[in-house]
Design a protein around this ligand. Sequence first.
Ligand code: ATP
Ligand code: ZN
Length: 283
Amino acid sequence: MKTLKIAIQKSGRLNEKSVELLKNCGLNFENYKSSLISPVSNFPLEILFLRDDDIPEYVQDGIADLGIVGENVIQETEVEVSYLQRLGFGRCSLKIAVPNTENYKDISELNGKSIATTYPVILGKFLKAKGITSEIRTISGSVEISPGLGLSDAICDLVSTGGTLKSNGLKPFANVMSSEAVLIGSKGSENDDLIKELIQRIQSVLRAKETKYVVLNAPKDSLAAITALLPGVKSPSVVPLAEEGWVAVHTVIPERDFWDRISQLKQAGAQGIVVMPIEKIIL
Ligand code: ATP
Ligand code: ZN
């Protein structure tokens, strides 16, 4: 039987969440910081630990069948790979930022200015699409200090909270792209049965993360009002309680409208609401 290879970041912002996702898929492997490759004992898979910049090309060239990497890195490397699944972590934006003291009103004011970045490809395409000609200064790191050093008028860098910009006297000016970690595969890999199984496992973990298991008690009379608030996986399970006229309702609800629903449920007569995390949802 063939063994698949998946490339994930060796260390850095995506490492921990990538390892966690694969472990939550029931994959059993050692996460030695020192090793470059780690076999999975209960699935025909090996995990390659790499620098994130190398992952798209490894996947394009088929050295790894799969990879977990930020969309920003994929687009910068301009590889031909298949996007298999968005993963919901590693969210950030690539933004153009300018010194706080500047008062640019329109993006066209970047014409003729210099912009330092580690993302020359993405930035170049963005500026071209807007019809702007700036001088792109490609540097390999610490982009945020370059305006302060007089190396550039602006920067284009990844931002999540904006704290780094602020502490360097910069403010966001234009959004170039939004990014999150994605699962990519070599072209055509989406047709492989083992890969399909792995994607299904990943999707069941992601689905479970977005939802909660809720158990609540309610008087029978308010059951209709309560079930109307609960769009369950199918319909909620209703179990009679020892106390006459009362039932327990079990259901699964999306995390995003969780708090809204809880207060509405209480208003509708629900009591003793218990909310539990779910490990996997297999449809
Ligand atoms: P490597 O050593 O693997 O090359 P790196 O220093 O290039 O690591 P990290 O800083 O660990 O990369 O970031 C990895 C990815 O995390 C980024 O490419 C991006 O997709 C995502 N990310 C999320 N938030 C941020 C952020 N605030 N700054 C930078 N990257 C972020
Ligand atoms: Zn990198």
